[in-house]
Ligand binder design. Structure first.
Ligand code: MCF
Ligand code: FE
Length: 405
C-alpha cells in the first residue's frame, strides 16, 4: 500500500469536494482509501506528503491526433485553407521522435489518459508503449462510393491489428472522420461495429461554416473541393438531422468533436443520443472557426476539453487548453473553473467509459500531482490550480508512477 498526501486533494466528484491535507491510499492499479493524510498515514504507514501541492485525478485529453505531430506546413485562418494544407502535408508522415515528444508534452501537463484519433495506424506502437491510458480511436474515412469497400477493408485491418494491443490500459475505439468525408454505407457499418463492441465512437462534427453550408445547402467550399477531388460528389451525403439519426439507439459512447456551428437544438439532439461534446478551443480559433460557449454547451450535455493535434494547435498542453477555455468563456469564473476541472477528469472518464477521473475507493489510481504555490491559503482551489499549475510533478496511471517531470 502506498499513501500520497497533498495540501489539497481534488476528489473530482460531482460536488467537487476538496480535502485539506488529504491523501489517497492505493495498491496495485486501484485506490483503496481516500481521506485525511494523518489518518491514512496511521492506518497504512508508507506515506509521503507534498506541501503546497494539489493531488487530483490524472487529466484526460479526449481528442488529439498523435500521427499529426509535425507542426510544419499547415495553413491557418480558414478551415478550407487548413484542410487543403492537410492534403499536401499528408504525404509526409511524422517521425517516431515527434510522436514521442508529443506524448511527453501531454504527460508533462498531467495527462494520464489520451483519446487518440488514428488515421493510418502509424501511432500504434508509440501509444501502446507510452505507459499512458489510451483510448485508440481507429478512424474511418471514405468519401467515394466506389472506394468504399477498400476503405472498409483497410479500416478493419487496422482495427484488427490494434485489437492485438488491447490491455488494461489500451482500449480500442472507433471514429468516423466527419459527415463530409464518410459515405452513409460506411457510417452504417461503423455504427454497427461500435454497437457490437460497445466502445467509444468519435466524430468531427459541425466544425466550420464551410461544413454547415455543405450539409444544409450543398454549396460553398466543399462544392469546389469535391469538384476537384471527386466530381461525382455534387451533394452532401447527409443533412444535419439525417446524419445524427445514424447514431440513434447505439450502445456506443458518442463523442462529437468541435460542434462550434451546432445550434442548441442540434446539441440537444446529441444529448438525447447520450453523447458528449469535445471542444478544442485553440484549434477552433486557428482554423477560423468560432469557439464553442463552454457554459451554455455544458448545461445541455457534458462538454469536454481536448487539444486536437499539433497540426491545429501550438502545443498539446492540456492545462493551456483549459486556461484558454477559462479566459474565453462568458461565464462567472469561479464555478467555470470547477466545471473545467471536472470536464478534464470525471466527465471525460464517464464519456470514454473509463473507471478513473475521480479519487474514490475502488477506482483506478490514475493521479497527477502539481506544485501550486500558496494553494493551501485559498478557497478558490480549482481557479488557483488552473491559473498557476505549470507541470505535473508526478503522474500515476493504474497505480504505476510514470517518472517525474
Ligand atoms: O480536428 C481537426 C480538424 N478537423 C478534422 N480533421 C482533423 C483535425 N486534426 C487532424 N485531423 C485529421 C483527420 O483525422 O485530418 C485529416 C483526417 O485524418 C483530414 S481528412 C484527410
Ligand atoms: Fe481532430
Amino acid at each position: 500500500m502506498e499513501v500520497i498526501g497533498a495540501s489539497k486533494v481534488f476528489v473530482c466528484d460531482d460536488a467537487f469536494c476538496v480535502l485539506d491535507n488529504g491523501a489517497v491510499a492505493f495498491e496495485g492499479a486501484h485506490i483503496c482509501d481516500v481521506g485525511d493524510f494523518a489518518t491514512l498515514q496511521k492506518r497504512y504507514g508508507n506515506a509521503r506528503f507534498h506541501d503546497d501541492c494539489v493531488l487530483l485525478p490524472a487529466l484526460i485529453n479526449p481528442h488529439t491526433h498523435i500521427e499529426f505531430s509535425d507542426s510544419c506546413g499547415f495553413v491557418f485562418g480558414s478551415f478550407g485553407a487548413w484542410l487543403s494544407s492537410v492534403f499536401t502535408q499528408r504525404q509526409k508522415p511524422c517521425s517516431k521522435e515527434q510522436m514521442e515528444s508529443a506524448l511527453a508534452s501531454l504527460r508533462k501537463s498531467g495527462v494520464g489518459c489520451v483519446g487518440a484519433i488514428s488515421s493510418q495506424g502509424h501511432d500504434l506502437d508509440v501509444l501502446a508503449c507510452s505507459n499512458l491510458r489510451v483510448v485508440y480511436f481507429n478512424e474511418l474515412i471514405g468519401s467515394s462510393h466506389e472506394g468504399a469497400e477498400s476503405a472498409w477493408e483497410n479500416f478493419l485491418q487496422r482495427v484488427q491489428t490494434a485489437d492485438e494491443y488491447a490491455s488494461a490500459t489500451f482500449h480500442n475505439a472507433l471514429a468516423a472522420h466527419s459527415p463530409y468525408s464518410v459515405v452513409p454505407k460506411l457510417l452504417t457499418r461503423l455504427v454497427c461495429e461500435a454497437n457490437k463492441r460497445q466502445c467509444a465512437l468519435s466524430v468531427h462534427f459541425l466544425e466550420s461554416l464551410e461544413e454547415r453550408q455543405w450539409l444544409c445547402e450543398d454549396s460553398g467550399f466543399f462544392k469546389d473541393f469535391y469538384a476537384n477531388f471527386n466530381p461525382s460528389n455534387t451533394q452532401s451525403f447527409y443533412r444535419i438531422e439525417s446524419f445524427l439519426e445514424h447514431f440513434a439507439n447505439t450502445k456506443a459512447r458518442l463523442l462529437f468533436v468541435h460542434c462550434t456551428q451546432a445550434s442548441e437544438s442540434e446539441l440537444a439532439h446529441i444529448a438525447r443520443l447520450g453523447g458528449s461534446v469535445v471542444s478544442c478551443p485553440r484549434s477552433n480559433r486557428l482554423l477560423g472557426g468560432k469557439m464553442l460557449g463552454f457554459k451554455k454547451t455544458n448545461a445541455i450535455l457534458p462538454c469536454l476539453i481536448g487539444t486536437d493535434s499539433l497540426a491545429s494547435n501550438n502545443s498539446l498542453n492540456l492545462l493551456e487548453e483549459l486556461r484558454t477555455a477559462l479566459f474565453c468563456a462568458h461565464a462567472p469564473i469561479v464555478p467555470l473553473s470547477v466545471a473545467l476541472v471536472l470536464a478534464a477528469t470525471n466527465n471525460a472518464a464517464r464519456a470514454l467509459g473509463l473507471d478513473c477521473g475521480i479519487l474514490q475507493n475502488g477506482k483506478l489510481a490514475d493521479m497527477a500531482l502539481f506544485h501550486v504555490p500558496q494553494i493551501r491559503h485559498t478557497h478558490q482551489e480549482a481557479l488557483t490550480f488552473l491559473l498557476h499549475a505549470t507541470y505535473a510533478q508526478s503522474l500515476w496511471v493504474g497505480g504505476k508512477e510514470l517518472g517525474g517531470n
